[in-house]
Every structure is written in structure tokens, then in C-alpha cells.
Ligand binder design. Structure first.
Ligand SMILES: [Zn+2]
Length: 316
């Protein structure tokens, strides 16, 4: 993987970006496990894989949780306060948790998304000047975030650096294989059929990395309901382009995409709901989809099989 050599740089970027590392006394973790908190499941998965036996990780946002809207509970505030280190996405993903994360003074906070070079980030018009925070859907790009987790754990617990480095190397090589698998799956779909339509704009980086045109109904977050004009525009596009399938997301109410399906049908074309994608949250704990590799594998499998299914539309 081409970025594994630049971990020192990643660490520098992360720590300078959050501005807390300098002067912060590092908790003494010798003789006990590191207590880590992660906001999203995707981040928690990276921390668990790299931390191994050394790190106890509590993930705040479970399956089906929408990180754009999630507000810290009292228990979360306690967990964050008691943690040695808190990992979060940043790039404004955890919008409703911003204050809690910023005010934390008792632990080291690592916004893993800040480790990604700005040149790699998208700032779509619909996102009103902000970066697209859904960085985990380009697996290669997500490796920067994984590198940031590794660098932060090594810095916090240098005694066990070699274990973290070995775990990270293994995880990054698994991600490398995952990235190749997604490319191979995507390549099965003819380029003109690679159109991915979902309930909100979570898949821009996925589309860029793996060659799909992506259209979402909502903008940066799920906070705003899609307007009737958006539904109308999108349904016209689907009916005219004969898109075979559109997708629901585990962390967004089904009604948004059902409204699109109904509007497409009203135009005389039958678009299928191709299945459920995990966008901003992983599947249930203990399931394959409850891991980062599992959720991404599930998504590409669902997308590719639905787009290849050649369902007959009403106007065919
Ligand atoms: Zn989102």
C-alpha cells in the first residue's frame, strides 16, 4: 500500500490539525489496557483491529445510527471523559456532537478524517462549502485514517508500538485486498450502467474511486427532507435513463427512496429497490456487515447484482 511509509507525516498532520497533542500530558497506560472511544463503527473497527489486546474500544454509534444527527448521550459524555483517547471522523460528520468533542479536555482527540490530504477531498456544491465527510467509501483513501489510528496508538503507548504496527500492516493488507475486490466487482457492470442512486450523498467517494455516477436525493447530511422538486428531477432522470435499481440506506428512513420509486412509476417506468446499503453506519454487531470490510463488501455486492439484473421497466 503506497501510503504506509508516510505515517509520521500522517501523525503530524493529525496532531497539528487538532492542536491538542502539544503540551498534553500523555496518560500512563503501562500495566493496563488503553481506553479508547470511537464515534462511528467504521472507526471503532479500525481501532479494534489495530489495538488488538492492548485496547478496549467503545463505539458510540451502533447499527442504523445516523452520525449527522446523533447527539451525545450522558453516558457518551462520561465515556469520552474517561477515555485515554477519542477517535472521530471529523470533516463535520458528527455535526451534532461537535461541541462535546471540542470541549473534551481530559483525553486525546483524533479526527481521523483530517489525515486525508485536502487535495483528495471533495467539496461538492450541495455541501455548501464543506468537505464531503463520507471518506470511508474509498477504501484506499480510508487507509490514511487507519494510518492515523496506528500513529496515535503508537504515540500514546510506545511500549507496544511493534504490536500496533504489525496489526496495522495486517489490516491495511486486508483493506488492499478489499479495494481490489471492489474494483473487480465494479468492472462486471458495463460503464453506462454504473449509476448509483441512494437516499443521501454518502457515495461520492465510492463513485469516484470505483467508476460509478452517483446521485443522492439529499445533500451533505440527512437533516433536511428532500424537496418535491428534487424527487421530481431525480425520478425524471431514472425514468429517462432506464436505471434498473435504486437503493435504500440503513441509516436513512426508507420513505425518501420510496417516494422516488413512486414518482418514477408515475412516469411509466418501474425501478426496483435494489436492496439496503450500509452508508453511515455498519450492520449489527457480530455479523459480517458489522465490520468495515463486511459492510463495504455487502454494499458492492448488492449494487452490482441489482444493476446487472436487467429488470424490465414499464416502458421497455
Ligand atoms: Zn451521511
Amino acid at each position: 500500500m503506497k501510503r504506509s511509509g508516510s505515517l509520521a507525516l500522517v501523525a503530524l498532520l493529525v496532531f497539528s490539525a487538532c492542536g491538542r497533542a502539544d503540551g498534553l500530558s500523555r496518560p500512563d497506560v503501562s500495566g493496563r489496557r488503553v481506553r479508547a472511544v470511537a464515534t462511528t463503527g467504521m472507526i471503532g473497527d479500525a481501532v479494534a483491529n489495530i489495538g488488538g489486546d492492548r485496547v478496549e474500544v467503545e463505539t458510540l454509534m451502533g447499527s442504523g445510527t445516523d452520525p449527522h444527527l446523533y447527539k451525545a448521550t450522558e453516558n457518551d459524555v462520561v465515556a469520552i471523559g474517561e477515555a485515554d483517547i477519542v477517535f472521530f471522523n471529523g470533516l463535520h460528520l458528527e455535526a451534532a456532537m461537535g461541541e462535546v468533542l471540542e470541549r473534551t479536555t481530559t483525553s486525546i482527540t483524533i479526527p481521523v478524517g483530517n489525515s486525508i490530504p485536502e487535495a483528495d477531498l471533495e467539496r461538492p456544491a450541495a455541501f455548501e462549502g464543506q468537505f464531503d465527510p463520507h471518506v470511508w467509501f474509498d477504501v484506499e483513501m480510508w487507509s490514511y485514517a487507519v494510518g492515523a489510528v496506528e500513529a496515535a496508538l503508537v504515540d500514546l503507548d510506545p511500549e507496544h508500538a511493534s504490536a500496533y504496527e504489525a496489526n496495522a500492516a495486517q489490516y491495511l493488507s486486508d483493506l488492499d485486498r478489499l479495494d481490489s475486490y471492489i474494483h473487480a466487482q465494479a468492472d462486471r457492470v458495463p460503464p453506462e450502467k454504473r449509476v448509483l442512486i441512494t437516499a443521501h450523498d454518502a457515495f461520492n467517494y465510492f463513485g469516484r474511486a470505483y467508476g460509478f455516477e452517483v446521485r443522492g436525493l439529499q445533500g451533505i447530511s440527512t437533516a433536511t427532507e428532500a424537496g418535491t422538486a428534487d424527487v421530481s428531477d431525480l425520478s425524471a432522470f431514472i425514468a429517462e435513463s432506464h436505471i434498473p435499481a435504486i437503493f435504500i440506506e440503513s441509516s436513512v428512513p426508507v420513505r425518501t427512496i420510496e417516494a422516488v420509486q413512486a414518482a418514477v412509476r408515475a412516469r411509466g417506468f418501474d425501478v426496483a429497490i435494489g436492496g439496503e446499503l450500509f452508508s453511515d453506519a455498519m450492520g449489527d454487531q457480530g455479523s459480517f456487515e458489522g465490520t468495515y470490510i463486511g459492510m463495504v463488501t455487502h454494499n458492492v455486492d448488492v449494487i452490482v447484482s441489482a444493476l446487472l439484473e436487467e429488470r424490465s421497466g414499464g416502458t421497455e
